[in-house]
Design a protein around this ligand. Structure first.
Ligand SMILES: NC(=O)C1=CN([C@@H]2O[C@H](COP(=O)(O)OP(=O)(O)OC[C@H]3O[C@@H](n4cnc5c(N)ncnc54)[C@H](OP(=O)(O)O)[C@@H]3O)[C@@H](O)[C@H]2O)C=CC1
Ligand SMILES: O=C(O)[C@@H]1CCC=N1
Length: 269
């Protein structure tokens, strides 16, 4: 079984670690989690993961190195781990938004195989939408990365120039849909439900909507057409939402997130 080092074990790094173990892709003992403040990783050590604040040592023991620090923290990490990287041994996977494979190779060496990957936090429960891209990984390594992320959700291979768009739609997208669920539950409270029951109803309704599309493989509008009875209450509510910019605000938010995702990193740090 391959050994994995997750450099920068914060929100997404830990979600990924939990998902891979839950899916039996790797045992916890074969994953080393790093961060500077180790006290936050104590529960993970108790759960069987290796933990370390020494990125170099973690890289040396690993076959797969996953970079999961913030874009503004990356340059220091790349300078630190470069001496420990062996292009013949290591496959580098970066989940960092806005950082190209080329920028990583510029620091680690042109012969290091780098795969850029964009998961979302649903990876912790095996439900991620993960986009991957690479300009130099071998077919074997790309297949291995695809297989790894398929154990924790769906995978789409994309051109690297669409990676910031994938960030907005899929990684940030989790937050957008969660906010929509919260708004729906707040509407539910206004019309008579207690907050906990309104949230439960909104969550299951959202899950049902997503599952309808996944299972029927239909377009959202065709499912909407089945709900909107003529002169009914659904179309009245839906049109009121559209008059207030429902679709437009989602589209504008996704466009702004994609723009921002492309500007999170500078080579200068
Ligand atoms: N959150 C998400 O849903 C997603 C995030 N991403 C990308 O993943 C990356 C991480 O995001 P996120 O998890 O939200 O951020 P977090 O801030 O939660 O995680 C970053 C982690 O990196 C650690 N870190 C910082 N510097 C170092 C260092 N020198 N050595 C080792 N560890 C270090 C930090 O811990 P400490 O300060 O203790 O060192 C922290 O735990 C970002 O680039 C983001 O764009 C991609 C997809 C989804
Ligand atoms: O908000 C962010 O910048 C990161 C990238 C995608 C999800 N979270």
């Amino acid at each position: 079984m391959k050994k994995i080092a997750i450099i920068g074990s914060g929100n997404i790094g830990l979600s990924l670690a939990k998902g891979l173990v839950k899916a039996n892709f790797v045992q916890a003992g074969n994953i080393t989690l790093t961060r500077r403040n180790l006290s936050h990783l104590q529960p993970y050590q108790e759960a069987g993961f290796q933990i370390s604040s020494n990125n170099n040592e973690a890289v040396k023991t690993a076959d797969i190195v996953i970079l999961a620090v913030l874009p503004q923290q990356l340059n220091a990490v790349l300078d630190e781990i470069q001496p420990a990287i062996d292009p013949a041994k290591h496959l580098v996977i970066s989940v960092i938004s806005g950082v190209s494979c080329a920028a990583i190779k510029e620091k680690l060496g042109a012969d290091v195989q780098v795969v850029r990957s964009m998961p979302n936090t649903a990876i912790a429960i095996g439900q991620s939408m993960t986009c991957i891209a690479s300009d130099n990984a071998s077919a074997n390594n790309l297949a291995e990365v695809t297989q790894m992320f398929e154990t924790v959700g769906s995978v789409v291979k994309i051109n690297e120039d669409l990676m910031t768009s994938a960030t907005a739609l899929c990684a940030c997208g989790i937050a957008f849909f969660l906010r929509a669920i919260r708004a729906a539950s707040q509407g539910g409270v206004e019309i008579g439900f207690h907050a906990d029951e309104a949230l439960k109803m909104a969550v299951q309704t959202a899950k049902g909507a997503a599952d309808l599309l996944l299972l029927h493989k239909t377009h959202p509008e065709s499912e909407i057409d089945k709900v909107t009875s003529p002169k009914g209450c659904t179309i009245a509510g839906l049109n009121e939402m559209e008059h207030n910019g429902f679709s437009s605000s989602l589209i504008k938010g996704i466009k702004l997130s994609a723009l921002k995702a492309g500007n999170l990193y500078t080579k200068e740090g």
